[in-house]
Design a protein around this ligand. Sequence first.
Ligand code: SF4
Ligand code: SF4
Ligand code: SF4
Length: 434
Amino acid sequence: MRLHAMNNEQVKVNESVGKAGLGIHVVAKPVGPVCNLNCEYCFYLEKHVLFSEREQFRMSDQVLSAFISNYIGSQPTPEVAFVWQGGEPTLLGIDFFKRVIELQRQFSGVKIINNSLQTNGTLLNGEWCRFLKQHNFMVGISLDGPKDIHDRYRRNRKGKGTYDQVMRGLRLLQKYKVDYNVLACVAQETAKQPLDVYRFLRDEGVEFIQFSPVVERMPDAGSSQHGLRLAGPAALDKQERQTEVTPWTVVPEEYGDFLIAIYEEWVRHDVGKVFVMNFEWALNAWIGNPSPVCIHAEQCGRSVVLEHNGDVYACDHCVYPEYRLGNIVNDSLSQMIERLCKTGFGVTKETALPRWCRECQVLAACRGGCPKHRFVQTYYNEPGLHYLCPGYKKFFLYIRKYLRAMTQLLENGLPASYVMDVIKGPLVVKLDEK
Ligand code: SF4
Ligand code: SF4
Ligand code: SF4
């Protein structure tokens, strides 16, 4: 999987190690929720209310050092993947990341260390890119599409669009040959222009794309109590009262249509050239492999978040006091994960699935989505259905015929990209419409 868990925003795609996985995955936020931008759909900026008013929002050397040694030491795998995000982590400056490399060298022993950085791209310059290249960082850059689409939601603090700055950042990554992928958020308006988004990214030379649907609820009693303007994770065992979504939240069916329109374009022209992670995950599930992303995995809960002050939370969607697991300076990661497992977090993703999902034709690919957004009632009036269900279902059902064809090709030792010929003929792989 080339795309690592990498998002500072609506991304719900922490690496999952599956049911039997041993590794712990940590997403570090060394600058907390601080960012130079003010994107309309950002769900993380508001997290500053959870900290003291005098908070510095900069990871201290003590916390950084405790994290790096603890994280490396707790991984049973030969490789350790560090993910840095925010807020905007480049606000910390290159020296912070030079120190990261220094500490990783000090504690790595025989382990191989990988680093990923998720950024809005606006502060990248030649010096940053040389550093990122030199240390093999995988960079995730947030870009929602062409100027009119990107600037609709991704603005700076003065309300100005950030497209020009982000494109300058993207061109620098390309110029310095830094490994990168694009994270494109799919908000309500974005979903109406799928081909404009996809063709733009493809024509800009982007080879790895991840689409992340934007879903947030208006505040409920629990979040208002903390001074937050967005609701937290859904209660899965009872019907949620607050089901009103924010104005920027994508419409479920439109999200499905968005993915289908792009799939139709991709499957005809770009298989093997452009990697849309959402499509890769679907094929992966179809083949029967465990999902590499938590939202479509059977269970989740081994991908925690480290805040700038050392506090560890259950995941990027659960940075709320009730999901705090401890502090990296005083507690070991393994202990914190053990504590999390005892609460049933992660397992509930599977055990709380409503009957509607358990009987669903595309359960193997969808797995009910992220529990945070399961705030809708099913046809049988059960709680705990994912808000995006109609979109997910439409998309997964629609692409089955192509997945079937690609699987047949792979089984016959042929590349999946031959599906582009299959569609045109004369090479025949039966496309079963069932
Ligand atoms: S770039 Fe936008 S979405 Fe990302 S952290 Fe900053 S304000 Fe939030
Ligand atoms: S498509 Fe809908 S019903 Fe099917 S598993 Fe996903 S959320 Fe559940
Ligand atoms: S609640 Fe589970 S599925 Fe949702 S983001 Fe967190 S780890 Fe992933």
